[in-house]
Design a protein around this ligand. Structure first.
Ligand code: ADP
Ligand code: ZN
Ligand code: ZN
Length: 746
């Protein structure tokens, strides 16, 4: 499909409100442009990259004002038309320039010509039949050329890499043959592969009744090209197999599919499963690919060789043509929200994209987010349920241990009597265990036992964390490290001691209790290297390690058949966070961790250690009772006015000095006040607004202050959000950003 227009409407790739409109360029004779293609255009005295958003036959501008497009950057549209539409919609709702949302649709390194396309030389005869023999006979003085002609006699293209194995330095003689008109040399693109090994072929298992019933709803929806579903399937119910069958149906219908997973950590296993069934039709997109690998995967998708995409959040923008299905696995995960500009929620983008492109949306989780489940109850999504585990295995038995009681009995360690005994039994039986703690590092903070002073980072207003591995204190916000001081900077006493619990402390205490038992520790500190995570997981999977100690990284998605004991060492650590979602997060985390136990043919045990055994999130997680949790939580949100009943907006000001930050937040408060006074109808819906320093006053040397606003959700809420967004665009002497229901109010 080639455009008919003589003029191209181009968005120039500059993310600034002043140039956020289309510019008209003339299309030179012989240049074939299509909507979605990237072009180079003159802009002022510069050359800029741009996106063709429209083609027209006429322009109202005088011809001398119209400059020509310089060149097309690719010979295909990098952005498919429905994704152009999606970018438009996102830029309107996020109030940001279109150039900025269009950038989401292509690999970052494509901009500015930073892609390096890997290529290799190939050679091919261009003579045939009798001529081959004649060409060969002419090479009287070069046995090398004769040999090369023989090797290429099949008329196929041969990589030089291969010819080199048989003929030393073949390039010179091949060039000579090319000059003679006997063969031709090509530069062929090679796609880099991020997969370490060839996919095996995995046979289909027989579906369980739950899987069958779920698919009986999904498959007809795929055929009729519409439907949005929320699948609530307990851990181990076999959701992945449902995804695979639904994807296969989409492919059979000639359409593509996107499978979103929350974190790269989950991807190796999912990728393995999908590659086992779909081989090279499956592509993977995530942030840990090298720039080249990512670009090549993107192109395999764009050019249609890969029709199934597995990836993290941003894969929702993958250039899949004829999209038939979008799956969001573990849909409750916070990683689906991007707070970088332009901010978006991949679940909402998926819903919008699915509706626009006639695709089916499937959100799935063992612990659906409160928002999604509420939507399903309201009828926005069709609720599908898989309440039983594959093989009919029962859900693991969960025991809640009251750590206050342990202390009363004189046990000051991190392992309760029950957990110690559980570990002994598990290890004696030759089985595996997972210990989970929602914190990394050795200890939460370094505290003076005499005056109580907690050592903090000088440039961020947070406590430092002591890491035993390097004997240093780390700031988890800015990454700065410093040695443990000999004396307290406040009172000079020598009694400085790390307190609290982290993965490293669990590791050390475990080693004392169970010396010589091989273990792996999985957290952000041990998995910064590219393949470190996979290596650790493999050591555990193979049985070489008997125990895995980790943070929430290990809580979800991984499937280890030999694990029969899971211990949540301190369940409270996520419950005490200053966030209205902390109960939801804790419930999800504990339920997911518990789901790691007893997934094969052996029953599982879970031990949750806590100081708050009666908290409803812990009790519901112990009973693995989603409905009970949802009902309590939803009532609490209604009663205490939290989302989805209300909306929290924050204008965050960050400046080099505290005075400027406070001055700007003060001015913003006045603006908000005026906005509300001018709109009494809006004001009635506002529960409170206030100006304050942020809970964390300084991060990376920048002072932070805020205006917080809470309002009841109603038809006009969007107006307030739009007005606040507008305020951030004004000329302030410091950075001002708007956050809606921010994931953390740090
Ligand atoms: P979930 O994502 O719902 O927690 P998984 O998809 O990880 O569950 O499946 C749990 C385990 O059950 C996996 O090892 C998977 O290979 C296996 N499984 C899934 N469906 C079947 C089936 N129909 N027959 C046999 N095994 C299955
Ligand atoms: Zn002190
Ligand atoms: Zn810091």
């Amino acid at each position: 499909m080639t455009g008919i227009g003589r003029f191209a409407q181009v968005i120039v790739d500059i993310a600034h409100a002043d140039v956020d409109r289309v510019f008209t360029y003339a299309i030179p004779e012989g240049m074939a442009l299509q909507v979605g293609m990237r072009v180079l255009v003159p802009f002022g005295h510069q050359r800029k990259e741009g996106y063709v958003l429209g083609l027209t036959g006429e322009s109202e501008l005088p011809p001398e004002k119209i400059r020509p497009v310089e060149s097309a950057l690719e010979d295909y549209p990098a952005i498919l038309p429905p994704l152009v539409a999606l970018a438009r919609e996102m830029s309107a709702s996020a109030h940001c320039p279109l150039a900025e949302t269009l950038r989401l649709m292509i690999p970052a390194q494509m901009r500015g010509g930073r892609v390096n396309i890997k290529s290799e030389k190939t050679a091919q005869l261009i003579v045939s039949g009798e001529e081959i023999a004649r060409a060969r006979d002419r090479q009287t003085r070069s046995p090398k050329r004769r040999l090369l002609i023989d090797l290429m006699a099949d008329g196929e293209e041969h990589p030089l890499r291969e010819l080199q194995l048989l003929v030393r330095s073949p390039l010179e003689p091949l060039r000579a043959l090319e000059a003679e008109g006997v063969c031709r040399l090509h530069d062929r693109e090679v796609l880099r592969s991020p997969y370490p090994d060839e996919p095996g072929r995995v046979p289909d298992p027989v579906l369980t009744a739950d899987q069958r019933e779920t698919l009986d709803e999904l498959l007809p929806a795929l055929r009729s090209r519409a439907g949005a579903f929320l699948l609530h399937g307990v851990t181990g119910s076999g959701k992945t197999e449902v995804y695979i069958r639904a994807v296969r149906e989409a492919l059979r219908l000639g359409r593509g599919a996107i499978v979103l997973v929350p974190e790269i950590v989950l991807t190796p296993q999912m990728v393995q499963w999908f590659r086992g069934r779909f081989q090279d039709e499956a592509a993977v997109l995530h942030s840990r690919l090298s720039a080249g690998e990512r670009f090549d995967e993107w192109r395999r998708i764009r050019l249609g060789t890969a029709r199934v995409v597995i990836g993290a959040r941003s894969a929702v923008f993958a250039p899949v043509k004829d999209l038939g299905l979008i799956i969001v696995d573990e849909e409750h995960e916070a990683t689906y929200v991007s707070d970088r500009v332009p901010a978006y929620d991949a679940r909402e983008v998926a819903a919008s994209r699915a509706a626009r492109e006639g695709a089916v949306l499937l959100l799935a989780s063992a612990t659906p987010s409160v928002l999604s489940f509420a939507k399903a109850r309201r009828g926005d999504y069709t609720l599908l349920e898989m309440p039983l585990r594959v093989n009919g295995m029962p859900l693991p038995e969960v025991k809640v241990v009251d750590m206050r009681e342990e202390l009363r009995l004189g046990n000051k360690g991190m392992f309760s009597q029950a957990l110690k005994e559980g570990l002994e039994e598990c290890l004696a039986a030759g089985e595996q265990a997972i210990l989970f703690i929602n914190r990394r590092g050795y200890a939460q903070s370094v505290v003076c036992r005499k005056c109580g002073h907690a050592l903090g980072c000088p440039s961020c207003d947070v406590s430092l964390t002591y890491h035993a591995a390097d004997g240093q204190m780390h700031c988890h916000y800015c990454g700065r490290t410093s040695p443990l001081p000999g004396r307290c900077p406040e009172c000079g006493s020598a009694y400085l001691k790390p307190v609290g619990a982290g993965t490293q402390r669990v590791e050390e205490e475990f080693k004392k209790l169970f010396p010589g038992v091989p273990l792996v520790r999985v957290d952000n500190d041990t998995t910064t290297l590219k393949d470190a995570h996979r290596d650790l997981i493999n050591r555990f999977r193979s049985g070489a390690a008997r125990v895995m100690i980790g943070t929430q990284m290990i809580a979800k998605g991984l499937d280890f058949p030999r694990v029969t004991l899971v211990g949540a060492v301190l369940a409270d650590s996520s419950l005490n966070l200053p966030d209205f979602r902390s109960a939801e997060r804790s419930f999800q985390l504990l339920t997911q961790v518990a789901g790691r136990a007893g997934r094969a043919d052996r029953p599982g045990h879970v031990i949750i250690q806590t100081y708050k055994p009666d908290h409803y999130a812990i009790a519901a997680a112990a009973g693995q009772d989603y409905r009970r949790f949802f009902n309590t939580e939803f009532e609490r949100r209604r009663r205490d006015l939290y989302p989805p009943f209300t909306l929290m907006a924050r204008l965050l000001c960050q400046a080099a000095d505290e005075e400027t930050a406070r001055r700007v937040s003060g001015a913003l408060l006045n603006r908000v006040e005026k906005l509300l006074n001018d709109n009494p109808a809006l004001k009635k819906r506002v529960l409170f607004y206030r100006e304050d320093e942020a809970p964390i006053k300084r991060i990376m040397g920048r002072s932070r202050s805020q205006v917080l606003l809470k309002l009841l959700v109603h038809r006009e809420s969007d107006l307030v959000v739009a007005a606040l967004q507008q305020m951030t665009k004004e000329d302030w002497p410091c950075e001002v950003a708007l956050e809606i229901n921010p994931a953390s109010l740090a």
